[in-house]
Design a protein around this ligand. Sequence first.
Ligand code: NAP
Length: 472
Amino acid sequence: MDKNSSNIMALAPNTSNKRETVCIFGTGDFGRALGHKMIQSGYPVVFGSRSAQTSSLIPKGAEVLSHTEAAQKAAIIIIAIQRQHYNFLIPLTEILHGKVLVDVSNNLKINEHPESNAEYLAQLVPGAKVVKAFNTVSAWALQSGTLDASRQVFVCGDDMEAKQMVMNIVRALGLTPLDQGSLLAAQEIENYPLRLFPMWKFPILLSFGLASFFFFYCLIRNVIYPYVYENKDFSFFIAISIPNRICPILALILLALVYLPGVLAAIIQLYRGTKYRRFPDWLDKWMLCRKQLGLVALAFASLHVLYTLVIPIRYFVRWRMSSQIISQVLNNKTEPLDTTNAWLSDSYVALGILGFFLFVLLGITSLPSVSNNVNWREFRFVQSKLGYLTLILCTAHTLVYGGKRFLSPSSYRWYLPNAYMLSLIIPCMVLVVKFVLIFPCLDKPLTRIRQGWERNPQYSEQSHYIINKSAV
Ligand code: NAP
């Protein structure tokens, strides 16, 4: 039979329940894992291999043939072979004409080649319909069935019908196809598995930098200073006291940094009188990683809670309390209850508890399973209104903790203020600017700008139309 007519027949919609044969080139780890999954899902599988012999590793029920023989048996051929070996397909160009070739390959480096592997495959076999898919699923996950975290399969290709056929297979395997458009998207899809937490880079580097700065700051103030001036060894503060200072400081600063870009964006929009102009790149990137910044902040807040819970069982704390009691006994003098201090201490703890509770609530609503179940207005309400309330409570918690110590000269060592005072700078700035932005003289024009109004309409004609991202 004419080879092209057989291809056309194979590509025709399948009206029976019987699944069509799928061919897999390559009997390596990925080819075998995918073949195993396909056989489980009811697809007849035929492998195309350099050595057409079956072995115990080949999934039961699959045939192993030469590339030419295998290709003739199916309309869809999955190329489970590394890109550097694609040249072997050139002599098969005629047989592969009109077939759907599924490129599953990955690279070792981001943008390793000028064109994506899928585009390269399409150039090598011009008559075939190349579809990119499955590259983000690992052989191990396919074989062990642990696909919970990676059910999504990104699919792209220029031929709609071919793409649809591959998406049907993806669905039949119990996975979720995500159409990413034309084959141009393949480069991006091939880069996905190589990315190392791209959105987390900035928050983690920032936290690392801030943590190092505050660690040395506290070390100088709380360990080196008493050693130099009083010859006291407080080096054990490094274990719990200093981390318990750094964690709330970082939590508060990072939480404020979640809201600072929104405030800056509002100022920029008010200044420009339009929302149709791109924000600077750094602000765009900052806004995109606010969720990650918030989650890192929540992690530090949780650590602060844990460190605080162990305070009563610390030897140093128990020693200090017993010394105070003994000194009262020796002096035959009981310290009266200071209600102001009691109020300050209880309010400080209460604000901390409430702040942490809302912080956890914010963290929970940022989980995809929760955020998918709320509408945009509800999400905004939680992330913006409750978020600001969390920031207010946590800032108040720190302010009340400082209490009267702000003005006490003894809290300045080598002219260095207490570390928590530094942590208040950004949150207070954000809250003050946000408060100013609530005034109707600023809020009204800002709301109008965000609804599309322009003070100077020239920008509406510009091509770089960017939707306002500063909502939260
Ligand atoms: P592999 O274990 O190295 O297997 C590749 C197969 O390619 C070999 O078993 C061999 O099959 C065939 N082959 C090797 N050299 C060849 C040549 N010169 N000419 C023709 N065929 C050749 O690789 P793999 O892990 O299965 O990965 C296969 C593809 O899937 C790669 O592009 C990879 O990026 C992609 N992928 C892998 C994973 C994973 O978890 N492993 C995940 C996603 C995507 P025969 O001996 O039968 O000819």
